[in-house]
Design a binder for this molecule. Structure first.
Ligand code: HEC
Length: 404
């Protein structure tokens, strides 16, 4: 049995190394002005890297139907490419999705497909990258989100009720009715694109003052069984994020409306090193590609005795739900450095917020009178270095299978 586990782990490790990359080289082009999905420039010059995006299982949603649909969700492979023209950087994301789900009515059970690109604000210390799920205290991220929205008129969007009535009730005919409908369409919310700064999922703040200079695009094509393309363009450097030695730490996420995904319920990559031409690219790449060499079986035993009383993951479902973050995909989303840090110094990054549906006794941290948080997880700094290695090697195998 043990041999089987070991072989399976070795295979999944080999497969993940072969399938998914974590390094993207930005291609230098003359200009990114006006770039759109499907542009010749992208088709001819993009250097795509396959990146795996894993179901985010840290916290669960309060939606039975959605949870049921996502219970056994697999990882997807997404193509990621980057461009720069010396002024701006563009991230291109291409991902398979069999159905085009567009939000075109205010219906409570309809959710759009969408994607997000997250930049660590500062990647100069790759061992201390922000928490992958939208940053953490003192380690902020800039996030750009685009959702597939159709033409819908947002009630009170501009405070004007005149164009919110049913066309049958406007007493307009012929040309006048056409004018009315044109006006409704013009005022319709066509693009959902937003920029946020965030230090954790309870602290997402939308940047509304136009200081985030960015643009997004999104486009669906039927070929290859259906796929989306998306892009985000932003300045190489602004107050929200900048490269360190010519590299950005970037993560991408995709939402599938068909699977009722929204908010934290999505698929998310780990940190990717996006390299600008001519940078000094060693450090970040080393951290995001690190695969710890350790004894996965020993690591599993250690995890069962030390971690499974609080954490759950596929194959270890003893702990009460919501006691601690679900680790089923930790190996797909966290770097080895982050996992090690979590084990020996849980207070370094405290997963921001915990499940709203959780039992109130299962708080993930304590808050003192000064607002400082202490993790509910004890530090395991007494473990031997090789035990920490084995544990980390095992944690790196925890991730959903990649969908064929
Ligand atoms: C007493 C309960 C408890 C035990 C035992 C425990 N943890 Fe945790 N762990 C938590 C809580 C609560 C959090 C969330 C707060 C935080 O980030 O520190 C957490 C966070 C983590 C995270 C970060 C998760 C994420 O999504 O980023 C990792 C990784 C982790 N623990 C690994 C371990 C490992 C490995 C062990 C065993 C060596 C372990 N934990 C033992 C309660 C526990």
């Amino acid at each position: 049995m043990r041999g089987v586990v070991q072989v399976a782990a070795a295979l999944s490790l080999a497969a993940s190394v072969m399938l998914a990359g974590t390094v993207v080289e930005a291609v230098k082009v003359k200009s990114l002005d006006g770039i759109k999905c499907g542009a010749d420039l992208i088709r001819k010059n993009a250097k795509f890297t396959k990146v795996a995006v894993y179901p985010q299982t840290t916290v669960q949603m309060n939606d039975k139907k959605a949870n049921e649909l996502n219970k056994d969700a697999k990882a997807k492979l997404v193509d990621v490419a980057a461009f720069t023209d010396g002024k701006s950087v563009a991230l291109i994301v291409r991902w398979p999705d069999k159905t085009k789900d567009v939000f075109d009515c205010y219906c409570s059970d309809k959710y759009p497909d969408g994607f997000a690109v997250q930049f660590a604000s500062d990647a100069s210390n790759p061992e201390k990258l922000p928490y992958i799920g939208m940053g953490s205290d003192g380690r902020p991220v800039a996030i750009y989100i685009r959702k597939a929205y159709g033409t819908i008129y947002e009630p009170n969007g501009d405070g004007n009720v005149e164009f919110q009535v049913n066309p049958h009730n406007v007493n307009a005919f012929g040309e006048d009715l056409k004018k009315f409908e044109k006006e409704v369409e013009k005022r319709g919310l066509k693009t959902y694109q937003r920029a946020f700064v965030s230090e954790g999922f309870r602290s997402m703040t939308e940047i509304k003052d136009d200081s985030a200079k960015f643009r997004t695009d999104m486009h669906y094509v039927e070929k290859n069984g259906g796929m989306w393309g998306g892009l985000v363009v932003r300045p190489i450097e602004d107050e929200y994020a900048k490269p360190a030695k010519g590299e950005y730490a970037v993560a991408v996420a995709v939402w599938d409306g068909k699977e009722l995904q929204r908010d934290g319920l999505k698929r998310l990559s780990g940190w990717i090193a996006v390299k600008l031409p001519g940078g000094d690219h060693a450090q970040l790449e080393k951290v995001v590609t690190e695969q710890v060499q350790g004894d996965v079986n020993k690591g599993q035993e250690l995890a069962m005795t030390n971690c499974a009383s609080c954490h759950r993951w596929k194959g270890a479902e003893m702990a009460p739900k919501y006691m601690a973050p679900d680790l089923s995909n930790i190996g797909g989303q966290a770097t080895a450095a982050y996992i090690k840090e979590s084990i020996v110094d849980p207070n370094a990054v405290i997963v921001p917020g915990y499940n709203r549906n959780a039992h109130p006794n299962f708080s993930w941290y304590m808050v003192d009178e000064n607002g400082n948080r202490t993790s509910a997880m004890p530090p395991f700094n007494y473990l031997k270095p090789e035990e920490i290695n084995d544990l980390t090697a095992y944690m790196q195998t925890l991730k959903a299978e990649v969908e064929k």
